[in-house]
Design a protein around this ligand. Structure first.
Ligand SMILES: Cc1cc2nc3c(=O)[nH]c(=O)nc-3n(C[C@H](O)[C@H](O)[C@H](O)COP(=O)(O)OP(=O)(O)OC[C@H]3O[C@@H](n4cnc5c(N)ncnc54)[C@H](O)[C@@H]3O)c2cc1C
Length: 386
C-alpha cells in the first residue's frame, strides 16, 4: 500500500537512496522510498566497489550478505597508456567487483527489512514544497498518488527530469562527456587478472576493466564525444587499435561478445558543482555531486553521504534543530568529506581524457610509479567525516 503521509520521502533506490532510507528508518523516522525501476536492474557503472563501501556495509551488519554475492577481490590497479609499458601498483586496500543489479537489490531489500516503505516501480514525477512539507506526486501502474512528507531526500542519481522541474542551476550545463558500459564473459578475454582493476587510455577516452561476480567482466568507458566519433561499440575496437594493453586483453571473441551485449550509457554527464540542499530538499549520492569515475568512488560517496545525512537527522531527533540548521550542518559535513576528493579526481580525469597528456603521464608514471599510489590516495576518503 502506498502511504499518504510520512516523515521522510526518499526519491531513488540506488545505493544512496537505499542506505539513506535505512539509516533514517533506523533512527525512528517513518520513511518511504520511491524507485522508478523494477529490480534487479543494470545501470551504467564500472562496478568497482571501494573499501569505504564495505565499512558502511559492516556498520549496517550487511557484510555477510555482500560476501554471499561472491564479489571479485581487487587489490591492484594497473594503468595502460596509449604507448609504452603498463604501470601497476597496490591499491593499499581490498576493493571488490560486483554487478550493480544484485548489489543494489541487496541494499533495497535491507531497507525494506528496516521498515522503509518502498514504492516500486513508481516514478516521482513532481515534488512541490509548501510551508514545511513536501508533496511528492507518484505515478505507478496502480495510478497517481500524492505522498505528503515533512522532509524529502533526492537520491535520484546524476540526472533526470526532476532536476529541471526543481529548477536546479546545473541542468543547462553540457559536458559532452558520455559513459558506456557492457558486460562480457571473462572466458572471452585473455590475460585478465581478477585481482586487478585496469585503466586503458585511448583517444579522448579512458576505459576501466575489472572482473565482477559470476564469471563476468565489466568494461566501462568515459569519452569526450565529438561530432566525428564512432558508434558506441566501435570505440572498443578503436581502443584496441591504439592501446596495445587493451589489444592484448581483447580477443576477437571479446569483440564479438561486445557486439551482442546489452549496452548501458548516459550522455552529458555533469561533474561540476550542484546544490547539496535545494529548496529544503537534501541531495545525496550523484544527485549531490558526481565524482569522476576513475576514482571508483561514486558508490563510496553515496554510502558515506547516506551516513552523513543519517547523522544529521539523528541529531535532529535528539536536539531541537531548525531545518536551516540541519541544512547548514549537512552542507558543512558534505563539503569536509567530499570537496577535495571530487576536485582531485576531476583533475586526473582531465589528464586521462586527453590522449596527449596521457602519453606524457604514462612516461611519468613509469619513472615515478609512486605517483599512481598517490593518485589513488588523493581520490579517497581521508578518514571519518562525522
Ligand atoms: C562511466 C561511469 C562509471 C562508473 N564506475 C563506478 C565504479 O566503478 N565504482 C563506483 O563506486 N562508482 C562508479 N560510478 C559512479 C556510480 O555509478 C554512482 O556514483 C552511483 O551509482 C551513485 O548512486 P546513487 O544512488 O546516487 O544513484 P543511482 O545509482 O543512479 O540510483 C538512482 C536511482 O534513482 C532512480 N530514479 C531516478 N529518477 C527517479 C524518479 N523520478 N522517481 C523514482 N526513481 C527515480 C533510478 O531508477 C535509480 O535506481 C561510475 C559512474 C560512471 C558515469
Amino acid at each position: 500500500m502506498i502511504p499518504s503521509r510520512v516523515d521522510i520521502a526518499v526519491i531513488g533506490g540506488g545505493p544512496a537512496g537505499s542506505l539513506t532510507a535505512r539509516f533514517l528508518a533506523n533512527s525512528g523516522y517513518e520513511v518511504c522510498l520511491v524507485e522508478r525501476r523494477s529490480f534487479p536492474r543494470e545501470t551504467l557503472c564500472g562496478e568497482f566497489i571501494s573499501h569505504e563501501v564495505l565499512e558502511t556495509l559492516k556498520e549496517c551488519g550487511l557484510d555477510p550478505e555482500f560476501h554471499a554475492l561472491r564479489p571479485a577481490h581487487i587489490s591492484k590497479v594497473k594503468v595502460c597508456p596509449i604507448r609504452g609499458r603498463a604501470v601497476t601498483t597496490d591499491l593499499g586496500f581490498t576493493a571488490f567487483g560486483v554487478q550493480r543489479g544484485v548489489f543494489d537489490r541487496m541494499l533495497l531489500e535491507s531497507a525494506k527489512r528496516q521498515g522503509v516503505q518502498v514504492i516500486q516501480p513508481a516514478d516521482a514525477e513532481e515534488i512541490v514544497r509548501s510551508g514545511d512539507r513536501f508533496s511528492i506526486h507518484v505515478k505507478s501502474a496502480a495510478g497517481d498518488h500524492t505522498v505528503s512528507a515533512r522532509w524529502c531526500v533526492g537520491a535520484y542519481g546524476k540526472s533526470g527530469a526532476l532536476d529541471k522541474k526543481l529548477g536546479r542551476g546545473h541542468v543547462a550545463m553540457r559536458s559532452g562527456v558520455n559513459g558506456v558500459q557492457v558486460h562480457v564473459p571473462v572466458a572471452v578475454l585473455s590475460a585478465c587478472d581478477p585481482g586487478e582493476v585496469v585503466l586503458f587510455s585511448g583517444r579522448n577516452m579512458y576505459c576501466g576493466l575489472n572482473i565482477v561476480n559470476d564469471g563476468v567482466a565489466t568494461l566501462c568507458y568515459l569519452e569526450r564525444r565529438t561530432s566525428h566519433d564512432l558508434p558506441l561499440r566501435a570505440r572498443f575496437r578503436e581502443l584496441a587499435a591504439v592501446n596495445p594493453g587493451f589489444a592484448a586483453v581483447m580477443t576477437e571473441r571479446g569483440h564479438g561478445a561486445i557486439a551482442s551485449a546489452a549496452i548501458h550509457g548516459t550522455g552529458n554527464i555533469f561533474f561540476g558543482r550542484r546544490d547539496v540542499v535545494h529548496n529544503g530538499m537534501f541531495m545525496v549520492g550523484d544527485a549531490a555531486r558526481v565524482i569522476a569515475p576513475l576514482a571508483g568512488d561514486g558508490i563510496g560517496m553515496a554510502a558515506q553521504g547516506a551516513r552523513i545525512l543519517g547523522s544529521v537527522f539523528g541529531k535532529r531527533r535528539r536536539n531541537a534543530m531548525t531545518d536551516d540548521e540541519m541544512a547548514r550542518d549537512y552542507e558543512r559535513l558534505w563539503s569536509n568529506a567530499f570537496a577535495a576528493r571530487v576536485r582531485h579526481a576531476y583533475v586526473l580525469q582531465k589528464i586521462l581524457l586527453s590522449g596527449g597528456a596521457m602519453r606524457v603521464g604514462g612516461a611519468m608514471l613509469r619513472s615515478f610509479p609512486g605517483m599512481l599510489g598517490a593518485a589513488v590516495r588523493f581520490t579517497r576518503s581521508q578518514g571519518s567525516s562525522l
